[in-house]
Design a protein around this ligand. Structure first.
Ligand code: AGP
Length: 644
């Protein structure tokens, strides 16, 4: 992939209505301090660490080195190779202290200016960051009022200027970082260096990983152990709300108040390949387990202090959105199922007709679309050609298009009127999991935003739904923690020739997604369909031993469909099917007719797919692994289908 040309250095750019502040999540972070006695160069260590982190797919990278001539910074959009070429063309002076960063842009272009590190204090402070600083807007306003000018649209640069200001006040880098960390809200891993504090890196973490690598006369920092596993296996884990200062011969850890704390020492027993997967057997397994963060991060930074939704990336005139009389969601595969899930919520909250159309069908059906149609294009990669062509067709017909995308700088958001980015982080496995949950979450946010704008939901109701949404990551985690039975079941069903998936209402697209995962990963024929459709034909498929997953709505009393789906289970159970039921914990009605019951935490009906799909993802992943298949790169599939 060619390296984008340098888009100029850190040239201050005015924030226009078209630029949005960027929030950094799921980036790669490396820091190194060495005594120099071994001759180890910081640049070599930092680049080695960034290479190990790049596997997750990054769109810009940078380094800052503490040299005899002060801080030397180099950063480039594009793959890591672009940065390496720039460094080779103009080698920096020797340095034994340095920090490096690979960025996965979620908002704000993958440009040189937005790449990390970010400078402050007249170039004497450099900072890199992973996470989302939720209150960056008010902090930025405070700094601008003090006359600080910004060279990027990132939230990270706010932290850099705050660190420079705090160091001026304290003269101590560790204390300066504590001052900064106490002011930040959200999720962050920060590393900082100061030209006046040699052989030192300061770090801070909240709701975002940071780990210390312990060496002999040298120490390391990383967003995960892959950053330094080539140099040491001795590690020190940092806890929540902690600051660390590393020098070649010392590591000091405190809480944000400055009270010394002990980190947890351990020996990394993973090999480099396993480290890249965070210790999981596959990227698929890793990404399934990252889903609580993907949902939480997608929700972060979307409301103002009064709890009103802020979706400034949806850059569309409010009067246009108020006039919308139809919503058409276009997408392919898993992204289309995300749209099918969200459609129930959007129609219920906004009272606007909402349909979901497969992108490759949309263009050829002569759709009824005009200037009052809002088209929502959902795409993880932003490069799916079927969806790109459908977006172009929709715009030719006069529709406004909002992209829900996980990849900043990709074609679909670029060709849309507005974009609402998911913050799932890079999704490496071909079969989509965390992006799916993040897409659903982003669609919920769009639906609530439209409801707020059009007044179809009172602010109090919107706040209540947001509170319910913010509780979902913990519920997802609870499902992940209790899936031992699914793993055993997967081994039992490894020889299955066909598996059926039933669901109703929002459970219907969940059943479709569960079937797709099994097809994609285990190469087993699977079919998902609406449970109400059973008696209209598919029940003929039921024979003794036929595995059927059934996604059950909330227990009766809260959901009228519950008893109907229980009847469906009775019908297939009576014909000998093996019924594996996904049901809300405490739901005992299903037990007499289920061969297996997988309980998930109670959730509001419209949000339940965020938990009910997880056992189906894990089942498909485990069954594929039990069959010895490559779960990350299934046969015949591509991560992004860039041809029609
Ligand atoms: C998901 O498991 C599949 N790999 C596939 O269906 C995918 O969701 C579809 O190709 C759409 O991709 P996109 O989200 O990148 O547009």
């Amino acid at each position: 992939m060619p390296c984008p040309g340098p888009t100029g250095g850190s040239v201050a750019t005015e924030r226009t209505s078209d630029t949005v502040d960027t929030l950094e999540s799921m980036c790669g972070i490396v820091g190194f301090v060495g005594s120099g006695s071994s001759g180890t160069q910081a640049l070599d260590v930092v680049l080695d660490g960034l290479r190990r982190l790049e596997y997750r797919g990054y769109d810009s990278a940078g380094v800052a080195l503490q040299t005899a001539q002060g801080l030397v910074l180099e950063k480039r959009s594009g793959k890591l190779g672009c940065l390496e070429s720039a460094l080779a063309d103009d080698p920096p002076p020797p340095a034994t202290t340095g920090i490096g960063h690979t960025r996965w842009a979620t908002h704000g272009g993958p440009t040189d200016a937005n790449a990390h590190p970010h400078l402050a204090g007249e170039g004497r402070v450099a900072v890199i960051h992973n996470g989302i600083i939720e209150n960056f807007a008010e902090l930025k306003a405070e700094l601008v009022a003090e006359g600080v000018s910004f060279a990027s649209q990132t939230d990270t640069e706010v932290a850099a200027h705050l660190l420079a200001r705090a160091f001026t006040g304290t003269g101590d880098l560790g204390e300066a970082m504590r001052v900064v960390a106490r002011r930040l809200e959200g999720a962050f891993t920060l590393l900082g260096v100061h030209a006046d504090v040699p052989d030192t890196i300061v770090g801070a973490r909240r709701n975002s990983p940071l780990v210390v690598g312990l060496g002999d006369g040298e120490n390391f920092l990383g967003s995960d152990v892959a950053a330094f596993i080539g140099h040491t296996r001795q590690a020190l884990e940092l806890g929540q709300d902690q600051v660390v200062v590393i020098t070649p011969h010392g590591v000091e850890v405190t809480d944000f108040a400055g009270v010394p704390v002990e980190g947890r020492r351990y020996v990394v027993d993973w090999d480099a390949a396993a480290a890249e997967k965070g210790g999981f057997p596959s990227f698929m397994a890793k990404e399934i387990n990252e889903q609580p963060h993907a949902v939480a991060d997608t929700l972060l930074g979307r409301t103002d202090p009064a709890g009103r939704l802020l979706l400034d990336e949806v850059r569309m005139d409010e009067s246009v959105l108020r006039a919308v009389d139809k919503i058409v969601i276009i997408a392919c595969g898993t992204a289309a199922y995300a749209g099918m899930v969200a459609r129930y919520a959007i129609e219920h909250w906004c009272r606007i007709p909402c349909e979901v159309e497969l992108a490759h069908e949309f263009r050829y059906r002569d759709p009824v679309v005009d200037g009052r149609t809002l088209v929502v294009a959902i795409s993880q990669s932003g490069e799916t050609m079927d969806t790109i062509m459908a977006v172009r067709h929709a715009r030719e017909l006069g529709a406004r298009v909002v992209a829900i995308c996980n990849t900043h700088g990709s074609t679909i958001p670029r060709e849309s009127d507005a974009a609402l980015y998911t913050h799932a982080g890079p999704e490496i496995a071909v079969a989509s999991t965390k992006a799916f949950l993040a897409q659903i979450t982003a669609c919920y946010l769009l639906g609530l935003y439209l409801a707020q704008l059009r007044g179809t939901k009172a602010q109090a109701e919107i706040r209540e739904i947001l509170t319910q949404l913010q509780a979902m990551p913990d519920k997802i985690q609870k499902v992940l923690d209790g899936l031992g039975q699914v793993r055993q079941m997967a081994r039992w069903m490894a020889d299955s020739r066909s598996v059926l998936f039933l669901g109703r209402h929002v459970g219907y697209p969940v059943a479709m997604e569960g079937a797709l995962k099994l097809k994609e990963l285990a190469y087993i024929h699977a079919e998902g369909f609406a449970a109400g459709e059973l008696k209209h034909g598919p029940i003929a498929l039921i024979e003794p031993g036929q595995p059927v997953f059934v996604v059950v709505p909330s227990p009766k009393g809260r959901d009228p469909l519950h008893s109907k789906v229980v009847s469906n289970i009775q019908e297939i159970n009576a014909r000998g099917a093996r019924t594996i039921v996904i049901a809300e914990e405490g739901d005992t009605d299903v037990v007499p007719y289920a061969s297996d019951v997988i309980h998930v935490p109670a959730a509001p009906t419209l949000l339940a797919p965020l938990v009910t799909v997880v056992p189906l993802q894990v089942f498909a992943c485990e069954l594929a692994a039990a069959k010895g298949l490559d779960v990350d790169q299934p046969r015949n599939l591509a991560k992004s289908v860039t041809v029609e």
